[in-house]
Design a protein around this ligand. Structure first.
Ligand SMILES: [Cu+2]
Length: 170
């Protein structure tokens, strides 16, 4: 018995045929497209991959993009966002939102979701994802948060190894 009854070439052929048949119309698999549920509400739908040692925007509003690792990520004040983080790496990673890192406490001194520059929002510090895990945040950024922020991983050594990206709030 053949171990792989369907070769890669055959799979590609099948995908091509499906595309010609009008089956593959979206640029992302249906499970990754969330915007449909909120169409017309002006929600920005972002997918961000994380790995060793980076964050990388994978898609914006369902359209795949080719972004550099740890390149600045722009979101908008006064608008709702669905931001899906997926750990595509081999080890655990975190996502924190803020500025002015405290590398001893492994937190931002100013949390994007905190008030008046507090270290922590009321209870929310960040996401912690095992390899292969993902989580989607549904957030709204207050108008007074415009400016330059950052997302980073505070797992031991990760921030130091460069796992951080500017977060620009317009
Ligand atoms: Cu990390």
């Amino acid at each position: 018995m053949r171990k792989n009854p369907i070769t890669r070439r055959e799979l590609l052929k099948a995908a091509g045929a499906a595309a010609l048949g009008g089956v593959l119309l979206t640029t992302a698999p249906p499970t990754r497209r969330r915007a449909w549920a909120h169409e017309g509400e002006g929600i920005m739908d972002l997918e961000i991959h994380m790995g060793e040692m980076y964050f990388q925007v994978h898609s914006i509003n369902g359209e795949e993009v080719e972004a550099e690792k740890n390149a600045p990520i722009t979101i908008h004040a006064g608008q709702r966002h669905l931001i899906r983080f997926e750990n595509v790496g081999a080890v655990e990673h975190e996502v924190h939102f803020g500025r002015d890192p405290d590398l001893e406490a492994r937190l931002y001194k100013e949390n994007l979701f905190g008030e008046h520059g507090e270290k922590g929002a009321p209870g929310f510090l960040g996401l912690h994802l095992l390899p292969g895990e993902s989580a989607t945040l549904h957030i709204w950024i207050p108008e007074d948060r415009r400016g330059e922020w950052e997302i980073a991983c505070f797992m031991p050594g990760h921030y130091e190894a460069g796992q951080r990206a500017p977060l620009i709030i317009q």
